[in-house]
Design a protein. Structure first.
Length: 180
């Protein structure tokens, strides 16, 4: 599991412990004829939650680089600040509409008030069965606001419930895209 090291730049230290892996449980309450279901989930946050790629022609200060075992990216103070919202967004995922990207992962949208302006904060995640029986890995792949560099490519689709994603992942069933 990835426990991100703090990042320091220009005398400022950015703590990343809020993005350390954690286990949470989602509960689907009992419904007539169906018992309560509990889903154990291992949440893992990825590098793209607080870093960005370099812009075309951008000369990046090497001190702003952050790397994991696969890639090196630019530490992004804006993404870092918004990443503080991620633990709560993920903990409340069962109450939020999730959307299928059509590429094997999902996303949710959070409205963020940034100095009086509403922004779309999109959080992308994938679900997979863990090695441990009965556990689902939920990998938060990326999270960022829509801007000119990240134009909306969200398909207009009906939402899918998190419980469907978790159940189908655990039972090795395909997660079909809901019809429009």
């Amino acid at each position: 599991m990835i426990a991100w090291k703090a990042f320091s730049y220009a005398g400022v230290s950015y703590d990343l412990s809020h993005l350390h892996p954690r286990r949470i449980e989602f509960i689907l309450p009992a419904i007539t004829g169906h018992p309560e279901r509990r889903y154990a989930v291992q949440v893992i946050f990825g590098l793209h939650c607080f870093t960005r790629s370099s812009k075309p022609g951008e000369v990046v200060d090497l001190a702003m680089s952050y790397r994991d075992t696969r890639e090196t990216r630019v530490f992004c103070p804006q993404r870092y600040g918004l990443s503080m919202l991620l633990p709560t967004i993920i903990a409340e995922l069962a109450t939020r509409p999730c959307y299928h990207t059509g590429k094997g992962n999902f996303f949710v949208v959070e409205a963020v008030d940034d100095g009086g302006a509403k922004q779309e904060y999109e959080v992308y995640f994938a679900a997979s069965r863990a090695v441990e029986r009965g556990l689902v890995n939920l990998f938060v792949q990326s999270a960022y606001t829509r801007d000119p560099a990240h134009r909306s490519n969200r398909p207009k689709k009906k939402p899918i419930r998190l419980h469907v994603i978790l159940h189908n992942t655990l039972t090795n069933r395909p997660i079909k895209e809901p019809p429009r």
